[in-house]
Design a protein around this ligand. Structure first.
Ligand code: SF4
Length: 352
């Protein structure tokens, strides 16, 4: 989604309630960042889960696959990636000639951290001949050891392209893996027991309680980034009432309230996207399935760090050429399969 620079919005929420002084400071920093970006011929990409003031200064806001596409297509010399490390690596793989900067090098991902390349090599050695399918939340080195990447939107399609007699190693998200195994009926699929710590804030019992509190509300699930794959799995396992459930991509989620007759929505996602929904649909009400579902890594990026990143060209994310070449193959197979080979179920627009 292309963004125009605008001044800081001040909707409610933990990361966006600012004092007047802080708002003035943020506006000044945003102006400085835009000047620096222009002087450096830099593009600023921000994930949906970033702080609102960082989203507001970005050229593009979106989910990880959307941002990867922007990175691959940009004519800027520098990409400032306001997200987490594995996403910046993917941008560096797809835009090899560009300089990719991550404003805070500590912005990691608890799900991607559950497996490294040497662990994957050992797993592969124990299952020779198996096909490796990796969710995008993995390091470049893990992608380089994989046959396919997948998103939550096309994981089922990716697995369905693999001959039924071939064993599959699916990683690192155990909830997405369980969901894919159930939907495809694959019995020869092994799943790595990794999880995103944010999902723990969106448990089925929390969802049931929140839906009971708002009985007329529709239930929207945003499966980006591992934080809600547990909810996708709970819906497909029947642990959450499927009535009124819409599993939506970022853009599907942003558009859906305008076409729905519902006035209220319970939303299962990292809480960062709820502020965007409230701003886009001021006449509707949005309730987090659980407001503890917050990714601290995504909130590490601040306007000060974005400005410092542009000033000092820090922190550069480089992927060795040989690793990038092998990882790119797995990513390109994911993109070639897309997410549309099987028609989505009613109410499901997994998109990317
Ligand atoms: S929400 Fe979870 S999967 Fe996404 S970046 Fe944060 S820790 Fe990783």
């Amino acid at each position: 989604m292309r963004r125009n620079f605008r001044t800081l919005a001040t909707a409610g929420g933990k990361f966006n309630s600012m004092t007047a002084k802080a708002t003035t400071r943020a506006a000044a920093l945003q102006g400085e960042i835009r000047q620096l970006a222009s002087a450096r011929n830099a593009v600023i990409l921000a994930h949906n889960y970033q702080r609102p003031e960082v989203q507001d200064v970005a050229d593009y806001v979106g989910d990880s696959l959307g941002l990867s596409r922007e990175a691959a297509g940009t004519d800027a010399d520098i990409i400032v990636f306001c997200g987490v490390h594995f996403m910046a690596e993917t941008a560096a793989i797809l835009a090899a000639a560009k300089t990719v900067l991550l404003p805070d090098p500590a912005a990691g991902c608890s799900l991607a951290a559950t497996i490294d390349a040497s662990q994957l090599r050992k797993w592969k050695a124990a299952h020779p001949g198996a096909v490796v399918v990796s969710y995008v939340n993995t390091s470049a080195e893990v992608k380089a050891e994989s046959d396919f990447c997948c998103t939550s939107g096309n994981a089922v399609d990716v697995v369905n392209t693999i001959p039924p007699d071939r064993e599959i190693l699916f990683l690192p998200d155990m909830f997405l893996g369980a969901h894919v195994r159930r939907v495809t009926g694959r019995t020869n699929m092994r799943v790595w027991m990794g999880e995103c710590h944010v999902h723990a804030g969106i448990a089925p019992e929390d969802i049931r309680a929140q839906r009971a509190r708002h009985p007329g509300a529709e239930f929207l699930v945003h499966p980006e980034c591992g934080c809600t794959t547990s909810v996708v799995e709970a819906v497909s396992a029947g642990d959450v009432d499927p009535e009124g459930v819409h599993i939506l991509s970022t853009e599907g989620m942003m558009k859906h309230p305008a076409t729905s007759r519902a006035r209220e929505f319970v939303v299962a996602t990292e809480v960062g996207i709820i502020d965007r929904l409230a701003r886009a649909h001021p006449d509707k009400r949005f309730h987090a399935a659980n407001d503890r579902a917050l990714c601290p890594y995504m909130k590490l990026t601040t306007l000060e760090k974005v400005a410092a990143s542009l000033k000092n060209l820090q922190y550069r994310v480089d992927v060795p050429a040989e690793v990038a070449a092998r990882a790119r193959l797995a990513i390109e197979r994911m993109v070639a399969i897309g997410g549309r080979s099987t028609p989505p179920a009613p109410g499901v627009d997994l998109g990317e």
